[in-house]
Design a protein around this ligand. Structure first.
Ligand code: HEM
Length: 87
């Protein structure tokens, strides 16, 4: 199959995420797959923000927000551990 220079090609996120060629046990909810260094999943197959010139411009903002949220949770956890020392 051949495509012209200006052809835009898009795949369904849902289809890719449920393809066993990219993700082991694709129909199971396994969030730890993203953190497991021994995982053989092809994580690059997941492009939630899309790529290319029309890719999501909010990507960096969202990544930053998630990092900040994670830091907030960590801080909250530390506060809970220090409660016994407060009084
Ligand atoms: C988890 C959050 C988000 C996800 C998963 C997401 C995902 C996407 C996807 C898949 C596209 C389509 C890209 C394409 O057509 O190839 C898109 C476009 C876009 N997103 Fe997001 N997005 C998110 C958050 C945001 C935020 C927070 C903003 C703004 C602050 C934003 C602004 C935009 C804009 C303006 C476009 C259109 C870009 C264009 O057509 O040139 N997005 N986003």
């Amino acid at each position: 199959m051949e495509f012209g220079d200006k052809t835009e090609i898009y795949t369904s996120v849902c289809t890719v995420h449920h393809d066993a060629r990219y993700f082991d046990r694709p129909y199971d909810f396994l969030p730890q797959r993203w953190l497991d260094p021994t995982s053989h999943d092809v994580k690059e197959a997941s492009q939630p923000f899309s790529v290319g010139p029309r890719g999501c411009i909010g990507r960096k903002y969202v990544s930053c927000s998630i990092s900040r949220m994670h830091c907030s949770f960590s801080a909250f956890h530390m506060m809970l551990l220090t409660v016994p020392f407060l009084g």
